[in-house]
Design a protein around this ligand. Structure first.
Ligand code: UD1
Length: 430
């Protein structure tokens, strides 16, 4: 038993500081080995996934020094192997970025195929297409992606689907390739831009990140750099939704408000107030929510990683809302859990039809994946009575100090390891 115990009902009020972007950090950590000089990275979130990436860097022979909780120095000069196949790596999605960076620098890589959340089939055909186009041969052998090349040469690569992972992986492989690489139909997510900016800080020549076409001019080598990772769009969005569904008033600090526009606009539509500052947003919710429609799309559309959180809010809105998931087909698995709290949601294919209810009531529920797990915690905070959320290791993969940050806003939430701790929690919160 390791669960979040929550007593819902209290509006979240106060200020919360958002950490560095997990999905940018994964690409940046893998990219750090591209240089033989020391790269210092700041604002690295302290999460299971980032720690697995740092352990993998050590296993490869890179020098990795944690300067403080969120700063790490990496030097890739000592890398002496290009093979990674351990169980921790298989659990995380970002591990495949080592295929791009090792292939780019050493012209070969053997990496266990990635895991990550079970939110739908997650093929790697576009990654393979990109590496092939650069001149590498790629096979899948015994569960590993095996990439080899004599040399890598820039070319035009058209992605059949807009893929964050492929865009980052091809960038990592192409920065040291000869000539120019064009990634067309590239993903435009803020973390794609952040990885490009990081590579440029090491002397790479990546242009156009954040648009449909990224142009990379290969360079001979990359140099030392100091780089700070952008704030996490999804952590920020999750706290914005937590403020909303608890009818709270929260200043979400250390964010880039532009990255949150699709979320802000939905919150405004359902009747919240959202105030934007230079590097913060304030969400105030006092009125009943209005129903709306949401469709997940690649950036700048509404992020699929915020879909469960917005559904939690719409479950409490007046009338019928429709949410369409267009990125991952398996992303409504949490709906049964939300139903235990009293939500009235019917899923048909990739669409959720949500009849708003007046309130949620606490229950025992299980996190099916990372973002849905966070959304269920948010739902628990808005529920009457006690909610217990199981399988919280998923949530811990993506949210640093989640219960502590929520408690800082007045939430009654705590990790409990046994019945005794649960009883104590209940006595404490009354
Ligand atoms: C990343 C994020 C994840 C987020 C997702 C979409 C990380 C570690 N994870 O995942 O949190 O939900 O972006 O914003 O950054 N596809 C293919 N072939 C491929 C690759 C992808 O068909 O080779 C498809 C996928 O099945 C999916 C779509 O493309 O339907 C988008 O996937 P992608 O952007 O690649 O997601 P990830 O990088 O895995």
């Amino acid at each position: 038993m390791r669960e979040y115990a929550i007593k819902g009902g209290a509006p979240l009020v106060g200020e919360v500081e958002i950490g560095g972007a997990k999905n940018a950090a994964l690409g940046i950590l893998a990219g750090a080995l591209l240089s033989n000089e020391t790269v210092e990275i700041e604002n690295v979130p302290d999460l299971y996934d980032t720690n697995v990436m740092m352990d993998a860097l050590k296993e490869l022979g890179a020098y990795v020094e944690k300067v403080d909780r969120h700063t790490v120095r990496i030097n890739g000069a000592g890398v002496h192997k290009t093979e990674l196949d351990n169980d921790d790596l298989k659990k995380i999605r970002g591990s495949y970025y080592f295929a791009g960076s090792l292939l780019g620098k050493y012209k070969n890589a053997r990496i266990a195929l990635p895991g990550g959340c079970n939110i739908g089939s997650r093929p790697v055909d576009q990654h393979i297409k990109g590496f092939n186009a650069l001149g590498a041969s790629v096979q899948i052998e015994n569960g590993c992606l095996v990439c080899e090349a004599e040399s890598l040469t820039g070319t035009h690569i058209y992605l059949d689907v807009v893929s964050v992972g492929t865009t980052i992986n091809v960038m990592l492989a192409a920065v040291l390739a000869s000539g120019q690489t064009y990634i067309e139909n590239a993903a435009k997510e803020p973390h794609v831009v952040d990885v490009a900016n990081f590579l440029n800080s090491m002397g790479a020549h990546v242009r156009g990140a954040g648009t449909d076409v990224i142009r990379i001019t290969g360079v001979e080598s990359l140099h030392a750099a100091k780089y700070s990772i952008i704030p996490d769009q999804i952590e920020a969005g999750t706290f914005m939704l937590a403020a909303a569904v608890t009818k709270g008033d929260v200043l979400v600090k250390n964010v880039i408000p532009k990255h949150l526009e699709s979320i802000t606009s939905k919150l405004l539509e359902i009747g919240c107030e959202v105030e934007e500052f230079d590097d913060a947003v304030r969400v105030v919710a006092s009125k009943p929510f209005k129903h709306t429609q949401v469709k997940t799309l690649p950036y700048p559309g509404f992020p699929t990683d915020m879909q469960p959180q917005i559904v939690v809010a719409l479950g409490l809105a007046e009338g019928t809302s429709i949410v369409t998931e267009s990125i991952f087909e398996n992303r409504f698995r949490y709906v049964d859990e939300l139903t235990r709290l009293g939500a009235n949601i019917k899923v048909e294919g990739n669409t959720a039809i949500i009849e708003g209810v007046e309130k949620y009531r606490g229950a025992n529920i299980t996190a099916p994946d990372l973002r849905a797990g966070a959304a269920l915690v948010v739902a628990g905070l808005a529920s009457e009575g006690y909610t217990l959320v199981d399988d919280i290791h998923y949530v811990e993969r993506g949210y640093e100090d989640f219960p502590e940050k929520l408690a800082g806003l007045g939430a009654a939430i705590q990790v409990v390891n046994d019945e005794k701790e649960l009883t104590k929690f209940k006595l404490k919160v009354g």
